[in-house]
Write a protein that binds this ligand. Structure first.
Ligand code: FMN
Length: 197
């Protein structure tokens, strides 16, 4: 199947098969995603692969705690949008999937003298690298979920990241569960999203 066809079939999974696979696949995928275009080549990202069951469990516990609070605050419309996607406070995919990739963006960096230096367009840069990584993982036949707990600073504490890094998102990676019923969604027709001048 071509990459274009694979990307057209990509869906977000919220349940994963328990079987793991060689971590080298993820290392190679990240090794390619790092070639993403980025502001002034500052490469303002860190990719953390989590395979340790205890760390995955801790991320799940903290996420479910945060989501319970989050759900109390969101609007009825938001709640109904999430319900349609079968998104709820159960985040069991965080410790059942074989790997999590927690992506951090740099809000500044350090030079050789440990002085703070600027980064440019970190959100756009990390978004592009994440998109490239998702495309590579899709090409490798892996399934993912982009998971965005809010607030997310607990990830910095659990993974003991330095203060110039902020959590960006979690990519849950594995093989989607065969029994998972994908939410029925549609994509906009190309003529609605593409304008040629
Ligand atoms: C920035 C971003 C944040 C997302 N956050 C979540 C999330 O926190 N939980 C979740 O279950 N899905 C999350 N998703 C997945 C979307 O719900 C999903 O991509 C969308 O419904 C389209 O479905 P599809 O990926 O199967 O095409 C997120 C996606 C993006 C791009």
């Amino acid at each position: 199947m071509s990459l274009i066809d694979k990307l057209k079939q990509r869906r977000s999974y919220r349940e994963f098969e328990p079987e793991s696979f060689d971590i080298q696949l993820l290392i190679d995928a990240i090794d390619a995603a790092k070639y993403a275009p980025n502001g002034a080549n500052k490469q303002p990202w860190t990719f953390c692969i989590i395979k340790d069951p205890d760390i995955k469990k801790e991320i799940r516990i903290q996420s479910e705690r945060i989501e319970t609070e989050f759900y109390k605050k969101i609007t009825d419309q938001w709640m109904s949008d999430l319900k349609a996607l079968k998104v709820n406070t159960d985040k069991s995919f965080l410790d059942s999937a074989p790997y999590l990739i927690v992506i951090f963006k740099h809000i500044f960096q350090y030079d050789q003298n440990n002085q703070q230096t600027k980064v440019y367009y970190p959100d756009i840069s990390v978004g592009i690298a994440t998109g490239m990584l998702i495309s590579i993982l899709t090409d490798l036949g892996l399934d993912i979920l982009t998971y965005t707990p809010s607030p997310n600073s607990f990830l910095s504490s659990i993974l003991q990241r330095p203060k110039n890094e902020r959590p960006y998102l979690i990519l849950v990676v594995g093989k989607g569960s065969k029994s998972y019923k994908l939410p029925k969604i549609t994509k906009k027709p190309t003529e609605d999203i593409l304008k040629i001048y």
